[in-house]
Design a protein around this ligand. Structure first.
Ligand SMILES: *Cc1c(COP(=O)(O)O)cnc(C)c1O
Length: 388
């Protein structure tokens, strides 16, 4: 594709792809793809592959975003966009045959876990939850008989920031014939490309870093398997979890600045993690970029950036304190106390305030999504909110 490499054939770097992929490049073309507001298309006769028939089946408003998502994840096939990250996750989970076993992190995104547990309660799937940073446990589960159907991986996990040995686990899963899905929301395609590390399917909550402005809810899937893509596309068509044209436009507009936003967010997060780690008012700081973090060495091996999310437990007399955590959320002025992450604005929350948060997440844990503000302003606000 013309937009993916320079005229001399050199592939563009990810920061360039974020800007140029999926963009019209011909003479007289607009610089941005238009939003197509239509529910249907002029179409008579039997549909041929590639025809536009009805806007739940295909929509030109999705095309540039799907091309860009694929380019960023290093896929040949176009991505698939959905009406939310959870819609993409539900589609990916549908790949498990009835009664199949799913291996998943014991503490991953809470609603992913809720969906899996609902399906387990109905007998739809069998669930094996484990600590994905414990490679021996994962390798044993992958080798179990009967063979698991799916290995669901989040790394770093939300919100514990545990780092799995992603390349080793994906390679082992492939050797065992287990389909793998990686939720790459935290790392973003700039931080990690799971397909290149051996994943079959990558899912994103595009609501977060990809769209980046807390103004849309969208999801995305990328796979290089024509069979899996056809199944996932079919699922989207019949379940109808599609996105509107305006949201797709906004998400793509967000992706165009991903490299700048993510770079600044990661740099800010690294500064805040160092300061919190040295502060007696904080304990159990979790950030893969900290040299003392248990996931640091692994992350340094397979990730290009450590991300813009960190977590810590506000402390009183050296002990984690839920009261202090609530106080931080109530006292911040610049930080937004809210759920969600990945926007230009910094957001924090105590995760266990949600009833469906996994119990493996400590009660006082506060997750920080670090935005692109001036880091000294962010620190001053946090410092004040932490109190004396
Ligand atoms: C937010 C999030 C989701 C869910 O995405 P929505 O767009 O809110 O549906 C899934 N996975 C992770 C890691 C998330 O942070």
């Amino acid at each position: 594709m013309k937009a993916l490499r320079s005229p001399d054939g050199t592939p563009y770097a990810p920061a360039t792809l974020a800007v140029t992929a999926g963009r019209p490049h011909g003479q007289n073309q607009p610089v941005n793809s238009p939003i197509t507001l239509t529910s249907t298309f002029h179409h008579a006769g039997t549909a041929q592959p590639g025809d536009s028939v009805y806007a739940r089946f295909s929509n030109p408003s999705w095309d540039p975003l799907e091309a860009t998502l694929a380019a960023l994840e290093g896929a040949e096939l176009p991505g698939l966009v959905y009406g939310s990250g959870m819609a993409a996750i539900a589609a990916a989970l549908s790949l498990v045959p009835d009664g199949g076993t799913v291996i998943a992190p014991r503490a991953c995104y809470n609603t992913t876990l809720t969906l899996m547990q609902q399906q387990e309660a109905k007998g739809r799937v069998r669930l094996v939850l484990l600590d994905v940073s414990d490679s021996d446990a994962v390798l044993a589960a992958l080798a179990a008989s009967p063979a698991p159907a799916l290995f669901w991986l989040e790394s770093p996990t939300n919100p514990l920031l545990e780092v799995a040995d992603v390349p080793a686990l994906l390679t082992a899963a492939r050797a065992a014939g287990v389909t793998t899905v990686v939720d790459n929301t935290f790392a973003t395609p700039l931080g990690m490309n799971p397909l290149a590390l051996g994943a079959d399917v990558v899912v994103h909550s595009m609501t977060k870093f990809l769209a980046g402005h807390s103004d849309v809810i969208m999801g995305g899937i990328v796979t290089d398997s024509p069979e899996l893509r056809a199944t996932l596309h079919g699922y989207r068509t019949v379940h109808g979890a599609i996105s509107g044209g305006l949201d797709s436009y906004l998400a793509l507009r967000g992706v165009r600045t991903l490299a700048l936003r993510f770079e600044r967010g990661c740099a800010n997060a690294a500064v805040l993690a160092e300061r919190l780690a040295a502060d007696p008012r904080a304990c159990n700081v979790r950030y893969p970029g900290l040299e003392t973090d248990p996931g640091h060495a692994r992350a340094a091996q397979h990730m290009r950036a450590f991300g813009a999310v960190l977590a810590f437990e506000p402390a009183r007399a050296g002990q984690p304190s839920v009261e202090r955590a609530e106080q931080v959320s109530a006292s911040v002025a610049l930080w937004t106390p809210a759920t969600s992450l990945g926007g230009v604005e910094s957001i924090l929350e105590r995760r266990r305030r949600h009833a469906n948060e996994p119990l493996a997440v400590p009660e006082a844990l506060v997750r920080l999504s670090v935005g692109i503000e001036d880091v000294e302003d962010l620190w001053r606000d946090l410092d004040r909110a932490l109190g004396s």
